[in-house]
Ligand binder design. Structure first.
Ligand SMILES: Cc1cc2nc3c(=O)[nH]c(=O)nc-3n(C[C@H](O)[C@H](O)[C@H](O)COP(=O)(O)OP(=O)(O)OC[C@H]3O[C@@H](n4cnc5c(N)ncnc54)[C@H](O)[C@@H]3O)c2cc1C
Length: 457
């Protein structure tokens, strides 16, 4: 079966774009965290929507599931092939249209990296608003499918707010192209919005029409040292008054210390000198330093412009990487209404075993915490349960930006409630009746002919 499948796939995309060598496949078969592993008979690299449609046709006929993959930086195991699924790498769909400065939009192929997109927009004097540490590798298709967030959500919203239209291929091979980018349209439900955050389970995204924003070149940041997380949260109303507020990030002392140690840099403020750190960034057409300086008049911390600001961002961007260098953490991405953040952290802290290391950071304005526990060992499953349970009980979510993937699929029904879960499952079943696309992600109870279980280490 496998050699017939490979030969049919080669007929569709060309032999050079069907990778079967074990060493080459290996890089696609494990996730960024090194936590989820799978195997695939072939990595297929289509170059267009038509080729994607043809690949889906071949796989459907062969009864083989398909896992779409962008940059493979996802943190919930959803981009890894499981149970012999074909791995559909979208990196060759990498075209970029000329920036339309009239509408402030651009059309990007699913495989374009976020960094490349930002550079392309900036060459035209504009910017792409969604930004995070994995920008050099993460792709437009992955960002759309996880509804990626990052540090600038407080100003510009998540990926959902940037998507003006999509081109996508459904499981039956039909291609929908809605890339006009109309800012207003109320002609029934908005199909592109339905696909945002669908984690490769409803369709394969091949291109996106994206909103661009002004490129604010004048920037200033501050690292504010707060006595406690409660004090950090209480800064928010004041921060929201800043006219050019661009990011409000949270670094708990352990996160600051770990990232600085990894980068071998001196911490801008001693991590042990505070209970929580807030990184505030302002970006404008004119120097925003004064607005931040006035904030610091009443607070402890450092003002950072130029190279100092770049260093703050390097530190922030490297927290995940620094944790990964210390081991495979239990990593949970949760959010609660900001007023409950302290309660959440107290509950998490109480649940962590004494010999494990808890590292918390996140996006303060959205009440979004990245909870990382190193060395949880056998306590990990119970700890996961406690953290996710606490987030739900406090009126929050078990995923603010990383998605559900396979790692949290067992929790989706509990989070959404039976009626909402049944509605989502019905949409999936209608659009993908054989569960061809990414089985095991989001809907673990949907039958598939393929083993959806990943191997976790
Ligand atoms: C160091 C680091 C920092 C991070 N920080 C953040 C952060 O601040 N905010 C944030 O939101 N995320 C963050 N992430 C998570 C990750 O970068 C995002 O989830 C990103 O959107 C994934 O993009 P990707 O191209 O790597 O997608 P992948 O990991 O390849 O795939 C992610 C999911 O999307 C699906 N998919 C991918 N491409 C397509 C497509 N074309 N069509 C259909 N489905 C597709 C996959 O099947 C999978 O379910 C971070 C990751 C790392 C490693």
């Amino acid at each position: 079966m496998s050699s017939l499948l490979v030969s049919a796939l080669r007929d569709v995309v060309g032999a050079a774009h069907v990778l079967v060598d074990a060493d080459v496949r290996a890089t696609y078969e494990t996730d960024w965290l090194g936590q989820t592993h799978g195997t695939t008979p072939a990595v297929v690299r289509p170059g267009s929507a038509q080729e994607v449609a043809a690949v889906l046709g071949v796989c459907a006929a062969a009864g083989v599931a398909v896992v779409p993959q962008g940059g493979n930086t996802g943190l919930v195991g959803g981009s890894v092939p499981r149970g012999g699924a074909v791995l559909l790498s979208m990196q060759r769909c990498s075209s970029l249209s000329t920036v339309d400065t009239l509408s402030m939009q651009v059309t990007a192929g699913a495989g374009v990296t976020i960094e490349h997109l930002q550079q392309h927009a900036r060459a035209a004097g504009l910017d792409f608003a969604v930004d995070w540490g994995a920008r050099a590798t993460a792709t437009v298709g992955g960002a759309v499918n996880t509804n990626a967030g990052g540090s600038r959500v407080v100003r510009f919203g998540t990926m959902r707010a940037q998507v003006m239209g999509l081109q996508a291929v459904f499981a039956d091979g039909s291609i929908v192209t809605q890339l006009e980018g109309l800012p207003k349209e109320t002609a029934g439900p908005h199909l592109p919005s339905l696909l945002v955050g669908s984690e490769g389970t409803l369709a394969v995204v091949t291109a996106a029409r994206l909103r661009l924003v002004p490129w604010f070149r004048a920037t200033a940041a501050a690292l504010v040292a707060c006595d406690s997380l409660v004090d950090a949260v209480s800064l928010l109303p004041q921060l929201r008054q800043l006219p050019n507020l661009d990011a409000v990030e949270l670094l708990m002392p352990e996160a600051l210390a770990i990232a600085c140690k990894f980068l071998d840099v001196r911490p801008p403020v001693a991590p042990s000198s505070a209970g929580a750190f807030v990184m505030v960034d302002c970006a404008a057409h004119h120097d925003p330093t004064d607005e931040l300086a006035s904030l610091l008049a009443n607070e402890r911390g450092v003002l950072a412009v130029g190279a100092q600001r770049d260093l703050l961002y390097r530190i922030r961007d490297h927290v995940t990487i620094a944790i990964g260098a210390l081991g495979v953490p239990l990593k949970l991405d949760v959010a609660v209404p900001v007023q409950h953040l302290d309660r959440l952290v107290r509950r998490v802290t109480a649940a962590v075993p004494g010999d494990a290391r808890l590292v918390i950071f996140g996006h303060l304005a959205e009440g979004n915490l990245h909870v990382n526990v190193l060395g949880a060992g056998e306590a990990a499953p119970l700890l996961r349960e406690r953290v996710l349970e606490a987030a739900i009980e406090l009126g929050g979510t078990i995923s603010a930006e990383h998605g559900i993937g396979v790692a949290k699929a067992d929790w989706l029904e509990r989070l959404k409630g039976p009626a909402a879960y049944a509605a989502l499952r019905a949409i999936k079943s209608a659009l993908d009746p054989t569960n061809l696309l990414n089985p095991g992600v989001l809907y673990p109870d949907l039958p598939t002919r393929h083993d959806p279980q990943p191997r976790f280490t």
